[in-house]
Design a binder for this molecule. Structure first.
Ligand code: TRP
Length: 443
């Protein structure tokens, strides 16, 4: 019987499905985050940020295709949907609901300073256009939706590129403001920037990015991969002339795939005047060595979208086991409540009204220790499973009292299952109990 209150490290990774995954996404995010997710003491969340995609992409078929491709890429690279929570943002209706709650505690001035929005504004001003030309409210609200993604699952760490750090700081700010106003509900997230993770240059030497059109797709067929690599920019030095590794996109891409010894070999080859054609062949072979087995899995997965859909729906269920009860507590916290459930801060008067209660008992039949949560009328709302000692039962009650609805998912194994309605009722009862207790202590 476990009742660990020490929460594992929760790491959350999201990708916006607005294009085809490329080598830059692989080296900069996918490879690292999938490896990290294997650790037993890490609880990982991987999701497709398809609501975010709507901000930039108005081509429905492209969003559908990109969602499939990114999901298949993660799986092909070894993501284990049994071990992590793997889901699609738009399958979690609690996320847009939380977005609204956070919208109401976020200063407009804070959003005015968000990079993505400001960049568009500056561009318009530079062109002498209306500052808000082509700026949707979606672009403006982007950081709040992202805050909801992160806070919904109380992530501790969010691995991101430098361009996203500001968004994590904003999420932190939203969490702080909400907690200050309504009590401690949210974990304050931290951005995790791994400097060892390379930013990959693209075909033209600038950062590999969709917006520069200089990407090499991660799972293109071999022949296409070779062709793309052939088109990486180099200088005009002839075979036999020593080459600079400094500023060589080809060298940097190689380094992102090779180990230290291999990289030293290429450095030496550069100094010895390797021809660009041969260097490109080496790069092609090195990338293909790593990517070929993944590509084979990717092709299989892409050919079977129903299987990916199935995995995502299972993931959504897993995610909602957390988000639903959490949202119930949050609704209660802000005052969206059952009107019949008594009011907050009623003081001594409220404390005298009949309230929910825990009953602990021992079952003669199996000798185990149990508890149940009863509502004010004595009806059972929640039934525990058997514990081997009364202390264990007591500790589980304490976790429920401290974390209320938010504890229901982590205690699922110690409790008889309840449905959504039951979850709502239990959450309300636990909140009412907590209020009555603090009202008593206050007087
Ligand atoms: N904005 C991120 C990107 O474009 C994707 C994203 C959305 C995300 N929600 C998130 C990343 C939450 C981390 C956490 O890359």
């Amino acid at each position: 019987m476990v009742s660990s209150s020490q929460a594992p490290l929760r790491v959350l990774t999201g990708i916006t499905p607005s294009g085809t995954p490329h080598l830059g996404n692989y080296v900069g995010s996918i490879r690292h985050s999938v490896r990290q997710s294997v650790a037993p003491d890490v609880q990982s969340f991987f999701f497709l940020a398809d609501y975010h995609a709507l901000i930039k992409v108005q081509q429905p078929a492209l969003i559908q295709r990109s969602t499939l491709e990114i999901a298949a890429s993660w799986l092909a690279c070894g993501l284990d949907p049994e071990h992590v929570t793997f889901y699609r943002q738009s399958d979690i209706p609690e996320i847009p609901e939380l977005t609204w709650f956070l919208t109401c505690v976020t200063g407009k001035g804070v959003l005015n300073r968000a990079h993505a929005y400001k960049a568009q504004l500056d561009k318009n001003v530079a062109k002498g256009e209306d500052p808000d030309a082509d700026v949707t409210a979606g672009l403006f609200m982007y950081p709040v939706l992202m805050g909801a993604d992160i806070l919904m699952f109380n992530a501790h760490k969010v691995p991101v590129g430098r361009d996203q750090v500001q968004h994590i700081e904003m999420a932190r700010d939203m969490a702080q403001r909400f907690n200050h106003q309504y009590g401690e509900h949210f974990t304050l997230p931290d951005a995790e920037i791994d400097d060892a993770v390379a930013t990959l240059p693209g075909l033209d030497g600038r950062k590999m990015s969709k917006s520069y059109g200089n990407t090499i797709p991660l799972f293109a067929p071999r022949a296409y991969l070779r062709k793309q690599i052939t088109s990486i920019v180099t200088d005009s030095r002839a075979p036999g002339e020593p080459k600079d590794t400094e500023g060589s996109a080809l060298f940097q891409i190689y380094q992102a795939f090779a180990d230290a010894d291999e990289t030293d070999m290429l450095r030496k080859a550069y100094a010895d005047g390797i021809g660009w054609g041969d260097a490109k062949q080496l790069l092609f072979e090195r990338i293909d060595l790593e990517v070929a087995p993944l590509r084979a899995r990717y092709d299989e997965l892409i050919a079977n979208p129903a299987e990916i859909e199935r995995l995502l729906l299972i993931g959504a269920e897993k995610a909602r086991a957390l988000s639903q009860p959490f949202m119930t507590s949050l609704r209660h916290a802000v005052g969206l409540r059952n009107l019949a459930a008594g009011k907050d801060k009623g003081g001594a008067k409220a404390a005298k009204v009949a309230k929910p209660s825990f009953k602990q008992y021992r079952e003669k039949a199996d000798g185990l220790f149990y508890f149940k949560l009863l509502d004010a009328r004595g009806e059972t709302l929640l039934q525990s499973r058997g514990f081997t000692s009364p202390q264990e039962a007591g500790r589980t009650i304490a976790v429920l009292q401290a974390q209320r609805g938010e504890a229901l998912a982590s205690l699922a194994e110690q409790l008889e299952p309840i449905d959504t309605e039951g979850t709502r009722a239990v959450t309300e009862a636990l909140e009412a109990l907590a209020e009555a207790t603090s009202a008593n202590q206050g007087s």
